[in-house]
Design a protein around this ligand. Sequence first.
Ligand code: G6P
Length: 466
Amino acid sequence: MTAEDQKWSFVVAANRLPVRRVREGDAAKWVPSPGGLVSAMRPVMSGNPNAVWAGWPGVPGLGAEPFDVDGFQCHPVSVSQGELQLFYEGFSNATLWPLFHDALVPPEYHRTWWDAYRTVNQRYADTVADLAAPGAAVWIHDYHLLLVPGLLRKVRPDLRIGFFLHIPFPARELYIRLPWRTEIIDGLLGADLIGLQTPLGADNFCRAVTRITGIKTTGKTIHHNGRTTQVGAFPIGIDTERIAGLVADPAVQARAVEIRQSLGSPATVLLGVDRLDYTKGIEVRLRAFRELLAERRLSVDDCVLVQIAEPSRSQVTGYAEVRREVEQLVGDVNGNFGVMGRPVVHYLHQSHPIEELVAMYLIADVMLVTPLRDGMNLVAKEYVACRPDNTGVLVLSEFTGAAQELRAAELINPHDIEGLKSAMEAAAHRPSAEAGAAMRTMRRLVRSNTAQRWAERFLARLEASP
Ligand code: G6P
């Protein structure tokens, strides 16, 4: 049997493979990707000879042979440059992403994008149909592949199909704007189990199903065409063990000391870590910070804000604008409040390895997580996992999935700038005893719902589905 003929009893499909291609001198090699999904899937996939991951290798047009990295069996799905523009930048990230994030920027509806989305989803469905052994379990991830469960069900009714949406499912009133709302619901209902990040997401989905198909849901069970689809909330977690290892690593601790010194050893470090995305509310927190400095409620003598903004989707509508706005605000704050050799905002539009991020979490007295909308937000959980001495304050937007669990955080409404300012000011001055109790509670929660447990819980439910 050749590798191509091999059939797998567990198939994962996601837009991206769990690896990325990096240059090493003149050569290129695959390395495991950072990120929540990869660490969540590692225990159930890595080294499992019956598991394979189908996805885009991250390079347009590249349709390499199957390969194995870090114990992950990878099966590349090729996406051409043209498809990338229409399917990924277009329908996935300029139609679905904004619509599912409360239309923070206006979603665009283009038939050519939809056609490409269907084509690429069909390619994924064909690939998975080909890879899966009889009766295999298949787990499809995220908004790029909403049609795959239905397309797959048509040709492989024997499979157990799970789907997990990592981003919010919007309110029904928003969802029904989508010209292809029926096709997408039909696509999703091909799954036996649909997981969302929060109970609200699960409710929104069921309400959309009823509105569009007329099917009444019984609790979170949908009976249709003689089949059953279960819907549930499965909040994703992080790899707490890996983070604990990094927190204890002397090299990471030394780097934390070095970073604090390089910032001028301020009394209070405020930190933001985000992909540069208009959903993340980066400009909101910068505006709040600017006003707090202007009103002398925070002082440049003892406060520094570090904002990491990882480059993301720069070709997609809305991303260049938010970058301009953020960078203009950073310039404005530094121009007005900085002193020679000591900017008050340290802004890095760069990706950082997890070791460097952990060093930053270690020195952050106040963590600012202020999205206008976010499916979960793993940065909030990572920060909590990096505070073994229970110090530090997490300022967290109510509009993140994480806020459903981390109720002990300093919860804020990012649309309410006065409320956000008060929370930031209080956080910067919060006595550590009070902060300690909240952090202890949050640490317990983060430790009890790890990425690994999330994957196990979802797969156990899928296994038990009728
Ligand atoms: C979000 C999505 C993921 C996506 C990630 C990075 O977390 O839910 O599916 O992979 O953003 O975005 P990118 O467009 O670079 O894959």
